[in-house]
Design a protein around this ligand. Structure first.
Ligand code: ACO
Length: 279
């Protein structure tokens, strides 16, 4: 285990690393992994440690026990900080935005959300910020904010608007109705929903596929996706044109040269059917 991972508190967030995959679990099962300041500050340390550890190639975000996450902790994230110093409140918000989407969305390694159970409110934020998502059929999702008199804030409304069609997003935002993993798959909130007993294997098979790709190019692909969504067509074309050059230039393993040569000269693989052979 790397020094950075060995130094983690492993209290509010548990981390194990196996075969290149870091399994990151929100760890307040008794509170259904409701997100409190303890999780917020520890999760930022976890993301730092995983970023700098070469043994980690893919990150899976999940929850301990029967919940993925019951969203923000109503007592420790809202009621108590709201009654305290505004500057501390702002610091907490900033730290929460950092791990839940600002860093996660552009994280340099691929990320998969594994929704093992209850998933409410603020949990949608880091669910949507992960690159891909797999759910247990048995999981329960809900934008429950309306049920206790707030709007889905942070960046939840925007995340849901980006992931779902308008009618679906509006329905769940306005009713707070719950839905299961199968519905989450149907509406595009997760890539796949499978019986809970098959969930870990499904995640492992996707992670394996991602880890076979060139990590440098994979990083540029995901960041490019997020940035260009907000750009005009002309700006996006310019950005992507520059990035493809930058990626080729900076790629430590010179994947494009290798991939082209293995196809055109060696005839050892077909790019349409799989990745080139990495050293
Ligand atoms: N904030 C604070 N405490 C919570 C939260 C939460 N979001 N979710 C669960 N808990 C606590 C409960 O208060 C309870 O604490 P206690 O044992 O000290 O009484 C403990 O976790 C277990 O919760 P139960 O409700 O007893 O568990 P159950 O399995 O019956 O229900 C469920 C689970 C459905 C997730 C329920 O706890 C719930 O509705 N939680 C709130 C979900 C929610 O609306 N989250 C906020 C979304 S809005 C936002 O994130 C901005």
């Amino acid at each position: 285990m790397s020094d950075a991972i060995a130094a983690l508190p492993q209290q509010n967030v548990l981390v194990t690393v196996e075969e290149g995959i870091a399994w990151v679990s929100l760890n307040r099962p008794g509170k259904r992994n409701a997100i409190n300041p303890g999780i917020v500050f520890e999760m930022n340390k976890v993301l730092d440690a995983l970023e700098e550890t070469d043994a980690v190639k893919c990150v899976v975000m999940t929850g301990s026990g029967e919940a993925f996450s019951a969203g923000m902790d109503l007592k420790e994230y809202f009621r108590e900080p709201d009654a305290g110093e505004p500057i501390a409140r702002e610091r907490l918000n900033r730290a929460n935005s950092a791990w839940q989407w600002r860093r996660l969305m552009y994280y340099p390694k691929p990320t998969i959300a594994m929704v093992n159970g209850w998933c409410f409110g603020g949990a949608f934020q880091f669910l949507c910020a992960c690159d891909l998502a797999v759910s247990a059929d048995e999981a329960t999702f809900g934008l429950s904010e309306i049920n206790w008199g707030i709007i889905p804030a942070g960046i939840v409304t925007k995340s849901v608007a980006a992931a779902l069609q308008q009618r679906k997003a509006m329905y769940y935002i306005m009713t707070g109705d719950t839905f299961d993993g199968k519905e989450a798959e149907k509406i595009g909130l997760v890539n796949f929903s499978v019986p809970k007993a098959e969930m870990v294997d499904k995640v492992k098979s996707i992670a394996k596929k991602l880890m076979e790709k060139n990590p440098h190019v994979l990083r540029a692909c995901k960041v490019g996706y997020h940035y260009t969504r907000e750009m005009s067509w002309d700006m996006a074309a310019e950005y992507l044109g520059s990035k493809i050059d930058a990626t080729k230039f900076r790629d430590p393993e010179q994947g494009a040269v290798k991939g082209m040569s293995q196809f055109l000269d060696e005839k050892s693989y077909r790019p349409g059917l799989g990745a080139y052979k990495r050293d």
